[in-house]
Design a protein around this ligand. Structure first.
Ligand code: ZN
Ligand code: ZN
Length: 303
């Protein structure tokens, strides 16, 4: 399977438009060696022609333009997007659907919980019905693998992950399984196995086993320190409160990944405050030592 990283940053992107933290300011004034990154989205394909988009970010237009296979020329109006899978109903993962209105109807796969949020607090499904039928909902059952017509050789298995629903969700303070999922994607021909979880707040025993059996882990790289937002003076919420496991510290992502010698390890959904964005930082060097990669826009992975 082909995995294309369209956007590797967390919400806000890097640099974030209104942020003057050390990373964002350093990037702008040229004192920081780092790459700009758009908001979290990947595309997966079994043939390199038809693609499944995982999350539709506010940066979707630029992301599609930056990756030629997304604009095939088979018809006057055409796209490489065959289906869209939503991992949750967060703004930075769903707003791109609005920018895809010209190509409706789209096949959208998401859980009951995500569909509810996107039909009530943030009613994308309702709004887009006015564009050629809008979004055609395919329900993700939490205990069931599924395949999509566009990529028949890929099998998707959802994994409910602990997280909070967005502020506009009717069950914001009442978490449900399905608010946030990870995905196992298997290529039934090559046997390649991807574990994708851009929002991963907690790793328990069974999940660790699933990760151990994967060829590549594309996992939550949002924050280095759990209290990074406070440290950088840009917020008060911790990573844990936002459903993200920080890399550093006891029980952090570095310790989790340390237990998994087999798979290729790639951090994605990097927040603009994270010191690993600075390619000369000690934190980045620590990742290199541990053979952990940092996803960047335009990165291609083949499994
Ligand atoms: Zn996000
Ligand atoms: Zn910043």
């Amino acid at each position: 399977m082909f995995v294309q990283i369209l956007g590797s940053a967390a919400g806000g992107g890097f640099p974030q438009w209104n942020c003057n933290c050390a990373n964002c300011a350093g990037f702008r004034n040229g004192s920081l060696r780092a790459q700009a990154r758009t908001q979290s989205s990947i595309a997966i394909s079994d043939d390199g022609v038809s693609w499944v988009l995982c999350n539709a970010s506010p940066d979707i237009r630029a992301q599609l333009q930056s990756f030629a296979p997304m604009q095939p020329g088979r018809a006057l109006r055409d796209t490489g997007i065959g289906a869209i899978i939503l991992m949750d109903s967060q703004i930075d993962h769903t707003t791109g659907l609005l920018s895809l209105r010209e190509g409706c109807p789209h096949q959208v796969w998401c859980t009951d919980m995500v569909h509810e949020d996107l039909s009530t607090g943030f009613p994308l499904f309702n709004m887009l019905t006015h564009w050629n039928g809008g979004l055609s909902w395919n329900r993700i059952e939490l205990d069931q693998s599924f395949t999509v017509q566009a990529c028949p050789n890929l099998r998707f298995t959802p994994l409910p992950l602990r997280s909070a629903a967005p502020p506009y969700s009717p069950h914001r303070f009442d978490p449900h399984p399905g608010d946030n999922i990870g995905l196992i994607v298997e290529d039934l021909r090559t046997g390649g196995k991807l574990f994708y979880a851009p929002g991963l707040g907690q790793v328990d025993g069974p999940l660790l086993e699933i990760m151990a059996g994967s060829d590549c882990l594309l996992v939550d790289g949002t924050m280095w320190d759990d209290d990074e937002m406070q440290r950088r003076g840009v917020g008060t919420r911790t990573g844990r409160e936002m459903g993200h496991l920080a890399q550093n510290g006891p029980g952090g992502m570095l310790e989790v990944l340390e237990q998994l010698p087999g798979p290729r390890k790639v951090l994605i959904h990097i927040n603009n405050t994270n010191p690993i964005l600075d390619e000369d930082s000690p934190e980045r060097a620590e990742l290199v030592r541990r053979k952990i990669e940092v996803a960047y826009d335009g990165m291609s992975i083949e499994l």
